[in-house]
Design a protein around this ligand. Structure first.
Ligand code: NAP
Length: 247
């Protein structure tokens, strides 16, 4: 479909989990719209490939190799960015892990803790460290990636992942309510099943060619970061956009 690409030139956008999958597609879409992308993940090779692709598309990026399971590294991030950037206009909280699909009594302690830490606590820490830069934008957009199982459709065996996404949605909603007067607008984005490594882990028997490519999320993403968006943690659901022929 033909797609209207917004003008994000002059804007700075931080995308977590930008080394592959949906985060990488989001980073590329924002760069193609003119934003300077701060691409964060652990895998340097994945970030460098993204950087090459962004440059080839005429965009620009800065790479941030960072492990979101390290609280001190997140705490340093905001102050470090402040030395180079006066503001942050877009924050996409995309990085996430699946944990383990299993009945609740069978989930290992370590996997429960790691999943909640990454999917929820790291995003709270990111809000803490980035809030001054987001406020400085005057019209920042913060977008949190969720899943259907996080509230809309509870599902057996998706335990810790579902719990983490439900908590993430409440985190996003709380931030939206607290930020009303700052110009920051918060959106929740449900990409649905997409052709990525996480989906492959969740559904090993599935034919990936039946799933949308992450790049297809661009029209919905652009709506979440639009200056016209004035909602309070509104849910943007890729599946619904697709059904309406909008994505
Ligand atoms: P993915 O392919 O597994 O990619 C996950 C990204 O998160 C990678 O870039 C990974 O980078 C990063 N990440 C993981 N642990 C990290 C850590 N400790 N520190 C920094 N970065 C870390 O997943 P995806 O399918 O693209 O999912 C992206 C988001 O969409 C997630 O929030 C997911 O819950 C949500 N979602 C996905 C689907 C789907 O069908 N794919 C459906 C609904 C919702 P490194 O490994 O390089 O650090």
């Amino acid at each position: 479909m033909t797609q209207t690409v917004p003008d994000l030139s002059g804007k700075t956008a931080l995308v977590t989990g930008a080394s592959r999958g949906i985060g990488r597609a989001i980073a590329l879409a924002l760069a193609k719209a003119g934003a300077h992308v701060l691409a964060l993940a652990r895998t340097v090779g994945g970030l460098e490939e993204l950087d090459d692709e962004i440059k080839a598309a005429g965009g620009s990026a800065s790479l941030i190799p960072l492990d979101l399971s390290d609280p001190a590294a997140i705490e340093r991030l905001g102050p470090a960015l402040s030395t180079r950037f006066a503001k942050l206009d877009i924050f996409v909280a995309n990085a996430g892990v699946l944990g383990e699909l299993a009945p609740l009594p069978d989930i290992y302690d370590e996997i429960w803790t790691r999943t909640i830490n990454l999917n929820v606590t790291a995003n709270w820490r990111l809000i803490k460290t980035l809030d001054p830069l987001l406020r400085a934008s005057g019209a920042a957009r913060a977008v949190f990636l969720t899943s259907r199982v996080g509230g809309e459709e509870p599902r057996a065996y998706w335990g810790v992942y579902a719990v983490s996404k439900a908590a993430l949605e409440m985190l996003a909603t709380t931030y939206a309510l607290e930020s009303k007067l700052t110009g920051i607008r918060v959106a929740i984005l449900d990409p649905g099943a997409m052709r990525t490594k996480m989906r492959e882990k969740a559904m090993p028997g599935e034919d990936p060619s039946t799933l949308p490519d992450p790049s297809e999320i661009a029209p919905v993403l652009y709506a979440t970061v639009s200056p016209d968006y004035d909602g309070t943690a509104e849910r943007f659901v890729f599946r619904e956009w697709r059904e309406k022929g909008l994505a």
